[in-house]
Every structure is written in structure tokens, then in C-alpha cells.
Design a protein around this ligand. Sequence first.
Ligand code: BES
Ligand code: ZN
Length: 457
Amino acid sequence: MSLDPVLTRIDEDLPAAMDRLFDLLRIPSISTDPAYKADCERAADWLVADLASFGIEASKRPTPGHPMVMGHVKGDGPHVLFYGHYDVQPVDPLELWDRDPFDPQIEDTPKGRVIRGRGSSDDKGQLMTFVEACRAWKAEHGALPCSITFFFEGEEESGSPSLLPFLEENANELKADVALICDTGLFESKVPSIMTQLRGLCGEEIILTGPDKDLHSGMYGGAAMNPLRVLTRILGNLHDDQGRIQVPHFYDGVPDLPEDIAAQWDALGFDHGAFLGDVGLSAPAGEQDKTPLEMIWSRPTAEINGMIGGYTGDGFKTVLPSKASAKVSFRLVGQQDPHAIRKNFRAWVEAQLPSDVTVSFKEHGASPAGQMQTTHPAFEAARGVLGAEWGHEAAFTGCGGSIPVAGYFKTILGMDTMLVGWAKDDDQIHSPNEKYDVESFHKGIRSWARILDAIAG
Ligand code: BES
Ligand code: ZN
């Protein structure tokens, strides 16, 4: 089966492929917010129907949370599993969007044509690049070059609570020669990148309670302890002035960067100034003896993702709040143990509480960092063909984000994972005005067609 007519078909079918993606983007499948539960079901149904429309045996699988979608098709070559997620991040702050996040549209921008809408990049647009590549193979040759298992999750953006048990219960059905994930991006928005490591994540919510009700800060201020004062002091202690994290044993299991990886990264010629400059910054905020690239790829972090407490509405209110809370997350590397981090963080917070202030914690997901096995033949196969599509030889890179499933594929299914994706740094994933370049979508589909061909040999 030859590749060229598949690529031609992809080019011709692009407008229809975009229409299909737009249908999926119109479904507000926000996994973290229970108000969108039915929409998550709808997105799963849409995917089942779309896979079935070109002959994939597909079904929706219930979980205690949002459903998984699975599909199977037999081909001649090796057996690959493709993973993507159909859930998206919440859209707030909604007022910062220039249009309805779930009414996608094509926009012409100075940097080219983009598809605007929540999930256009993360991860519906990316997921559909693989589906469209398969559709084109099937349409052109009546068959696929590899056996393929499709596996779509609807809880990736909310910590994948149902994933582990699902993988354990369906291990036999999911097992393949290699897993492919399209949920990452191009290096510096132009070089095709195969990501060889992912950071882990530990999410934690802290809720502090002081007085048993909100108080007038004139009547009680000075005498009553304010939980926001306690919270900000504790969170202010998270980093020292060199950017190092102060939680005891936090750095246990953090490896030094191996020399060969450091050399590989150096050779990429990462533009540190532009990286921060593009988002209006200039001074790297992490550990001061590390480069920005190390800070995002090989070092762990502690971030305050949100704080709640007191009066935050318009105008002003002299309140002394009863409660204050914060959502904190840690990105993890190497052998750092998310459960140990959680335990040590909680003890560290408790040790800093003054009298009259109590704390409760809420757990929000934990996954260790992942290291990919680049010796699997799929890596060379992909590297060999991506250059022809993008005009740059593909690079092996790190990744600052977290995709918990990649680690589980290895530990539970004994399967290696290859991460490739077509997102750009300015896609504004998780942010207002998310977009996906039409170029990413189009070349992404063509790239998958090439990769499948190369893996099939
Ligand atoms: N697609 C991202 C992961 C990603 C981010 C890859 C940046 C490359 C660059 C993914 O959907 C994501 O955001 N994952 C969450 C996982 C978390 C909720 C467990 C993340 O990294 O915050
Ligand atoms: Zn994603």
C-alpha cells in the first residue's frame, strides 16, 4: 500500500476534516465540572460514531467518571495503540475570550490561519489528526497499514481518576506493541519533536479555618487570627530566594541531568530570551543555578494555581474571613514519589499553623514522572519521516507537562509510549482564546499517515 495517494487524499479532504473537528469542538466536554457530565457523554458518543463511520469497531465504555472510548481495527503490520483525550479545560475567565469558546471558527492571523476554540489544540484537534490519517488510509486502500487500537479518555484534564482501574481491568484488550500519544507540541513551534520524558504531578488543596464565621475587621481585626494571613505566610515559604522549594525531602529522587541529555538539549539551541519574552517576562523564576529549559524539563516545581478567601467582588468589604484556601501543584521529575511529596507537604503545612487555625486537605491526583524508552523501533521510524513533512529533522526533547497515562502504559501494560504532537507554544492551551494552527492540523494528519507507513515498514 503506497503512501503518496493517502497524502493526496488528506490534502483534498482537509475542509471536510475541519468540519468534523468543528462538530467535536462544539461539545463542551469539560471534565472537571459536573455540570458538563452529559456533554462528556456526548463527546464520547460522537467519537464512537465517527470511528464507526469508517469501519472501526468502536464502543463507549462506562467508568465511575466519564466514559472511555475504544476502537479496534485489524491491519497487516504491527499493532499500535493510539491515545488521546476528548475532555477539555474549563473556559474561565470567560470574559477574556474574544468569542464563544464552543463556537469554533477559522481566523486569519498575522502568523497564519488558526482554528479558534476550547480544545482545538488540547486535545481534540490533535486527537483528530490521528483519526483523520486513519480515515484517509482506509478510504484510499480499504485497509490500514497497522493493527490499531483507539483509546480515548475523558478525564485527562482532571487527573484521570478512572484510568488506572480501567487499564487494569482491560489490560488484555489494550495491549499493543507500542502506544502513540498525540498530546504534546512542536519544539519552538516548528521542529517536530518526540518527547522522551514527562513530568509527574501532585495536586493538593489546603483549606484553613480560623474564626467560626466571617467577622467585621473593625470589631475583631487585630485580635482575631486571619486565615488568609496564615495561608499567605505558609505559601510564601514554599520557595527560598534562590527558587528552591522548602518542603522537607522534596528533592529526594531528583536526578542530576545526565551529560548526554544535557548535550542533546544544548544542541537544540533553545532561545531562552524569546521563550520568556513571548509571554511578557524576562527573568527566570526557578532555581537560579538552572537554565529556563532545565527549569521546565528536568526540575520539579511548586506552583500556587489558585487562592480563595475573603471578599473578591467589586468594590471593597472590610471582612476578616473565616476560611482561606489554595490549590497547589507540584511537577515532579525522576524518581520523586507523589505520595511522599503529599505527606511531607501536609506535615510541613501543619507544623506552621498558629493556635486557633485548623487545616484540612483535599487530594487532587498524583502521577510520577515518566521516561520513554527511545530504543523502541517506532522512534527511529517516526524520526526518519517527520523531517520530510516539516522541513526540519525531528528532535528528541523533554516536556514540562504531565500525561499520566504514559507511565501507566509501561507499568501496567508493559508497553512503551511514543509522544509526538503538533501543538505550538502560542496555542494558549488551558487559557482563553485557545487555537490550533490549520498548519498543525493539516501537517499533523499527514505526519501520522507517514508514521503509520514507517512503523508498518
Ligand atoms: N496536553 C497537556 C500536556 C502538555 C502540556 C504537553 C504542555 C505538552 C506541553 C495535557 O492535556 C495536560 O494539560 N495535562 C495536565 C495533566 C494533569 C491535570 C494531570 C497537566 O499537565 O497539567
Ligand atoms: Zn492534553
